[in-house]
Ligand binder design. Structure first.
Ligand code: HMG
Ligand code: MG
Length: 305
């Protein structure tokens, strides 16, 4: 294993946004708020709370303003929200958001389906938001989707991933999250993609974001942490998917990532028992199987005892 750059890994909990945007039932606002409050109490320090996209495109998160206004803002915790354009930024700012996440892709076809724009147009939309955010003191994170494959075009050239990641970092995104939107990557490909991007963007400004569609997400996290990344996106109980990537399943489960990282000797600051309880609770609330293997194992052990 490479020498760790330091001994802590930051988890960006994306369940309330990436997860709930793609759960079939519309989750009540109060449940979303309770979920985020529980995640804050479990020690997560970055929680993507919701998204201010078009409610016609994502009806599941139409209550973004109410959710953001309703959550407890824990000291030292960042609550970024996803924003697709200046209109979304204005809506977010109006309720006191202090960090936004912008998103584009490495594949033209996916970007067109997801936000009705080319990659170039989507990056053009970043500019006025970054300018406003700079003046407002709002932090801006960036996503690159389809870094390991696209549901429409298939293979994605790693040079496209590097080019887009570098551009949005150069434009002012403090961190770039590399998304395997359809969970098609395997560890050696994930590692090679991360390494190629890290040649152009500092590793300290990168995060990884794996969906678990083919059961590779945890292995991909392991490979990328070995490669040196220290920020990992994950969703409690593996909630969700992506509405514009048919068949995509949820993000890697936060419980499983935390268990892995603690086993590797990293510090995350997360209380795993409280997190598991939260994962079981939200799974019951929305009537789905808990997508965390660790969560299910603990529940089975507790039930047997
Ligand atoms: P459009 O239809 O081209 O937008 O959609 P438009 O600018 O032509 O506006 C059309 C209507 O939408 C107008 O209303 C606007 O006011 C309204 P009308 O006049 O018809 O009544 N509108 C908005 N309303 C509220 N908030 C807004 C907003 N913007 C426009 N912000 C648009 C373009 C980008 C808005 C749309 O395509 C959209 O919202 N897309 C979001 C799709 C999405 O959320 N996808 C999932 C998130 S990405 C993801 O999950 C991947 C990630 O996890 C990483 C990974 O896994 O790889 C991040
Ligand atoms: Mg995602």
């Amino acid at each position: 294993m490479n020498e760790p750059m330091n001994d802590s890994v930051r988890i960006v909990e994306v369940g309330p946004r990436d997860g709930l945007q793609n759960e079939k039932p519309i989750v009540p606002t109060a449940t979303k708020i309770a979920l985020i409050d529980r995640l804050s109490a479990a020690g997560l320090r970055s929680i993507e709370a919701t998204s201010f996209v078009s409610p016609k495109w994502i009806p599941q998160l139409a209550d973004a303003a109410e959710v953001f206004a309703g959550i407890q803002k824990f000291e030292g915790v960042s609550y970024p929200v996803l924003v697709p354009n200046l209109q979304g930024y204005e809506r977010a700012l109006a309720v006191g958001v202090r960090e936004v996440a912008l998103f584009t892709g490495a594949s033209e076809a996916f970007t067109r389906q997801n936000i009705n724009a080319s990659i170039e147009e989507s990056i053009d939309r970043f500019r006025p938001i970054l300018e406003r955010a700079g003046n407002d003191g709002v932090r801006v994170r960036g996503y690159v989707s389809t870094t390991l494959g696209c549901p429409y075009q298939g293979a994605v050239d790693v040079r496209d991933v590097v080019r887009v990641a570098r551009r949005i970092h150069d434009l002012g995104c403090y961190e770039v999250s590399l998304g395997d939107t359809i969970g098609v990557g395997t560890p050696s490909k994930a590692r090679a993609m991360l390494k190629a991007v890290a040649d152009e963007v500092p590793m300290g400004a990168l995060a990884v974001h794996f969906h678990d569609t083919r059961g590779q997400a945890l292995a991909n996290v392991f490979a990328c942490v070995e490669e040196g990344v220290r920020v990992v996106d994950a969703a409690v109980s593996g909630l969700g998917g992506c509405p514009y990537a048919t068949g995509a399943s949820g993000n890697v489960a936060t419980e499983d990532v935390v268990y892995l990282l603690h086993g590797m000797g990293f510090v995350t600051g997360v209380d795993l028992d409280a997190l598991v309880e939260t994962g079981q609770w939200i799974s019951n609330e929305i009537g789905r199987l808990n997508g965390s293997k660790f969560g299910r194992a603990l529940a089975a052990t507790t039930a047997a005892a």
